[in-house]
Ligand binder design. Sequence first.
Ligand SMILES: [Zn+2]
Ligand SMILES: [Zn+2]
Length: 343
Amino acid sequence: MFCVECGKDGPIYKNGVCIDCYLKTNSFTKGPSIIDITVCPQCSSIKFKNIWTSDLLGEVLRRVVKETFQISRELSNVDINPVCKESKEGADCKIYISGYIEKNEITEEHNLQIRFKKTSCEVCSRRFGGYHEAIIQVRVEERKLTKKEEKNIILLIENQVEYLKSKGNRRLFITDIEKEHGGLDFFISDKGAALLITKKIQIEYGGRIKQSSKNIGMKDSRQIHRITYLIKIPPYKKNDFVEFENDIYQILNMQASKVKMINLLNWEESIFNTKNLQKTKIIGGDEIIKEFILVSQNSKEIQIMHPKSYKISIVRKSKPINFDSEKIKAITYKEKIYLIPKI
Ligand SMILES: [Zn+2]
Ligand SMILES: [Zn+2]
């Protein structure tokens, strides 16, 4: 058989022409040259089929092209590849659609102009409306939060929010952070997430969580409650050094009502109930740790040198272990040196 196009003698694919001529004379994909896409100007979420998504433009475009382009059924294993130059107003894209006809791979290229239509997504509209379902109140017993604690707690909560958002909670945001009564109040859009975040604070800082709820009105004929999670953290925190009943401890771990501490004299670990730790005196945190230089040691004692004054001290070992590092971590308290175990 002869191809009516090129006259070559060979198998005919369709309509009297060979496959090469068929591919040359036909196009298999067709689509618009301009598409409007709704984008939230605040968070860059994109609306597709009435649902807001935080997926990237390229991924959403793939779905848009699938919906709006005519792609011939002759094409198998279709792959859509958008390459875009984005600006504030929209994007100039090349859309590559490829697939197979028999064993021949073909790729067709389309210019597509994307125009962004800007509308606040439902999450951002709520955020600017001050929407919050829960308040997390962080307080510390007997004193105010220090500047450093404030900074760390804000960071912890912001990181948790980002983490939960990355796990798919799009409706989560912090509406506001306020300093109140020596503590911090966080206004959170999602009450379920607020509880998870409060528990995360508890893991880091200990303390108890108290939950209360307030009726704030009706919505869609349902009562709306706002929940407050109050967490009162103890004045000491993980890794702090404390004096308790004439012994010096380092805090290893904290839970709601239990604290695990290590006695620096013998490196024995014990668990205490927070109720019994009311009279604990806080000596300090990481900042009081000093690195001494190891001079010599035997099974019972260690000779160490102060890094600045070069004063050499002999300290009884807390445990009969051999120190293999040149630097020895220790704290000085009431003129006594306490070796710190590697934790
Ligand atoms: Zn031909
Ligand atoms: Zn938004």
